[in-house]
Design a protein around this ligand. Structure first.
Ligand code: PXP
Length: 251
């Protein structure tokens, strides 16, 4: 068992569907299997170019997801209007560039403070909490707190890609600890590029992380071993990270 919540991002189930313009595989079916396997929530990124998840997917998921629905989106008026209509359990604001292969770098909350604050306020006035996907930097954490974010998601991409991950692991650990110190009411999540190997050290080192958003590695595993097995394998890796952390703390 793991006390850290796993939100499975099912975007790449839709990527496979969009590759052929079929109706299958359906991310809605995948989400149900993830929940059965023990995921605490489902995450989708509705990109402005609609390259994988479609409006219909989010609409149907809102009706079928029984656990928790996290909608990742860009900070635009159109996306805020969409979220206000759908009412996900959480909105995560992410930076978005049309030409990128996947989300590159965190949201610059320091540089876009007004636009982010406006989106956070519009969503909050409808009772929808907002998380901000940021690089593990104190200045971005301070800015996230100042715009009223209910949570931050630390970008783990640099950790996942690092030749020597220890330095990046330390950055993440320090950022998570800093966030809990300066804003104890703001939840700390993490995600991007995580897989069943690198998640173990992450959770072992950063006990403040309460939630993970994981997509590509789980969907990739699911292609070979099935969605439920892939989620269970990831949950087992998370439990191993927590076990190492608890062991380290009790020494
Ligand atoms: N968290 C955020 C904010 C993301 O944008 C993504 C990618 O859509 C993920 C987590 C999941 O990343 P990955 O697919 O590499 O697990």
């Amino acid at each position: 068992m793991t006390s850290v919540r796993l939100h499975v991002n099912v975007d790449h189930v839709a990527t496979l569907r969009q590759a052929r313009g079929t109706t299958y595989p359906d991310p809605v079916d995948a989400a149900a299997l993830c929940e059965t396997a023990g995921a605490a929530g489902i995450t989708v990124h509705l990109r402005e170019d609609r390259r994988h998840i479609q409006d219909r997917d989010v609409e149907v998921l809102r009706r079928t997801v029984k656990t928790f629905l996290n909608l990742e989106m860009a900070t635009t008026d159109a996306m805020v209007a969409f979220a206000l209509r759908i009412r996900p359990d959480l909105v995560t604001l992410v930076p978005e560039k049309r030409e990128e292969r996947t989300t590159e770098g965190g949201l610059d909350v320091v540089g876009q403070r007004e636009a982010v604050a406006r989106a956070v306020q519009s969503l909050a006035s409808a009772g929808i909490p907002t998380s901000l996907f940021i690089d593990p930097e104190p200045a971005q954490i301070d800015a996230s707190m100042s715009v009223g974010a209910k949570a931050i998601e630390l970008h783990t991409g640099d950790y996942a890609n690092a030749a020597d991950p220890m330095e990046e692991l330390e950055r993440l650990r320090a950022a998570a600890a800093y966030s809990v110190r300066v804003a104890p009411e703001m939840r700390v999540a993490a995600g991007h590029g995580l897989h069943a190997q690198n998640v173990v050290a992450l959770l072992a080192h950063a006990p403040e992380i309460e939630e993970l958003n994981v997509g590509h590695a789980i969907v990739a595993d699911a292609v070979l071993i099935g969605m439920e097995a892939a989620v269970k394998r990831f949950l087992a890796a998370m439990a191993e990270g927590e076990r190492l952390r608890d062991g380290a703390l009790s020494r």
